[in-house]
Ligand binder design. Structure first.
Ligand code: PHE
Ligand code: FE
Length: 287
C-alpha cells in the first residue's frame, strides 16, 4: 500500500477529519441547501431508486438547512452503522479508502454559492450528503461501500487504483438500477444534479448498458460534463455479490493487457438497453 506523503492541513486530524463547525454556516448557506433539497426532493420520486428514496428520510433532521453531522450520524448509525465525518476537501486515496473500510463517509465542509446551483465541479456538502448519504442508509449498499473501501486499500498494492476508481464512478457516482422493468437513478452525481437527473433517464444522447464488472473497469470517464454512458445494475444485491466474490488481483493483471475504452464506446458483446445518439456530447466541445 502507498503511504500518504501529503500531510493533513493545519487543524485537521491525522485522518484528515475536521470539526464540521456547523454553527459557522450562514443563513444564506443554509438557504442554498434548502433550495437544492426542495428542488431535488420534488424531482426524484419516480426517478430515484426505492433505496435512495427510502434513505432520504434519514436526512429529514430536526432543523432545515445543512445537516449537522452529529445528528445525521446518529441516525445513520442506527440504520446501518455508518457515520459522516467532515474533511476540508479531497483527501489522499489511502485515507479515503480507510474511512470507507471503517464505515465512515467523508463529506466536504463547504456549500456552493447561490449562483452555482446547477453546476459545480468539486463535490460540496450538498453532493456529498444529499447524493451519497441516502444510499448509505440501505443495508446492502452500506456493505458495498465498506467492501469498496477494503478493495481500494488492496488496489493500491497492485497500482490498480485507476481501474477500481472506474467502478466507483460508474456505480456509486453515476449508477442506474433496473427496478420493476424501469430504469432508476442511484448514483450520487446524478441525484444531486437537476440537469443530470433528467438527462440520465430521458435524453436520447447517452448509452445505457447492462453492468459488467470487467467492462466497467476498462471504461474511461469524463468528469466535466454529463456522462456518455450509464451502466445499469440489476439490483444492489447483485452488485455486492459480484464484487465480493470476484478476486480483483487477477482481474487487474488481465485488464493491464487490454485496451481502455472511450466513454461512448459500444461493444458487440454489450447488452445495450439504449444505444445513445451522442448528440448532446457532440454539441459540447471538450474543455
Ligand atoms: N473483491 C474485491 C477485491 O478482491 C474487493 C471489492 C469489493 C472491490 C467490493 C470493490 C467492491 O479486491
Ligand atoms: Fe461523490
Amino acid at each position: 500500500m502507498e503511504l500518504t506523503l501529503e500531510r493533513p492541513p493545519e487543524g485537521a486530524a491525522a485522518d484528515w477529519t475536521i470539526d464540521q463547525n456547523w454553527e459557522r454556516f450562514t443563513p444564506q448557506e443554509h438557504a442554498v441547501w434548502d433550495t437544492l433539497f426542495e428542488r431535488q426532493a420534488r424531482l426524484l420520486p419516480g426517478r430515484a431508486s426505492k433505496a435512495w428514496l427510502r434513505g432520504l428520510d434519514v436526512l429529514r433532521l430536526s432543523r432545515p438547512g445543512i445537516p449537522n453531522f452529529e445528528e445525521l450520524s446518529e441516525r445513520l448509525m442506527a440504520a446501518t452503522g455508518w457515520r459522516v465525518v467532515a474533511v476540508p476537501g479531497l483527501v489522499p486515496d489511502d485515507i479515503f479508502f480507510d474511512h470507507l473500510a471503517n464505515r465512515r463517509f467523508v463529506a466536504g465542509n463547504f456549500i456552493r454559492r447561490a449562483d452555482q446551483l446547477d453546476y459545480l465541479q468539486e463535490p460540496d456538502v450538498f453532493h456529498d450528503v444529499f447524493g451519497h448519504v441516502p444510499m448509505l442508509a440501505d443495508p446492502v449498499f452500506a456493505d458495498y461501500m465498506q467492501a469498496y473501501g477494503q478493495g481500494g486499500l488492496r488496489s493500491l498494492g497492485f497500482g490498480a487504483l485507476h481501474k477500481l476508481a472506474r467502478l466507483y464512478w460508474y456505480t456509486v457516482e453515476f449508477g442506474l438500477v433496473e427496478e420493476e422493468g424501469a430504469l432508476r437513478i442511484y448514483g450520487s452525481g446524478i441525484v444531486s444534479s437537476r440537469g443530470e437527473s433528467l438527462f440520465a433517464l430521458d435524453d436520447p444522447s447517452p448509452n445505457r448498458i447492462a453492468f459488467d464488472l470487467r467492462r466497467v473497469m476498462r471504461t474511461r470517464y469524463r468528469i466535466d460534463d454529463y456522462q456518455q454512458t450509464y451502466f445499469v445494475i440489476p439490483s444492489f444485491e447483485e452488485l455486492l455479490r459480484c464484487t465480493l466474490e470476484t478476486d480483483f488481483a487477477p482481474l487487474y493483471a488481465e485488464l493491464e493487457g487490454m485496451e481502455d475504452l472511450d466513454p461512448e464506446t459500444v461493444l458487440a458483446e454489450d447488452r445495450v438497453l439504449t444505444q445513445g445518439s451522442q448528440a448532446y456530447a457532440r454539441s459540447r466541445p471538450r474543455g
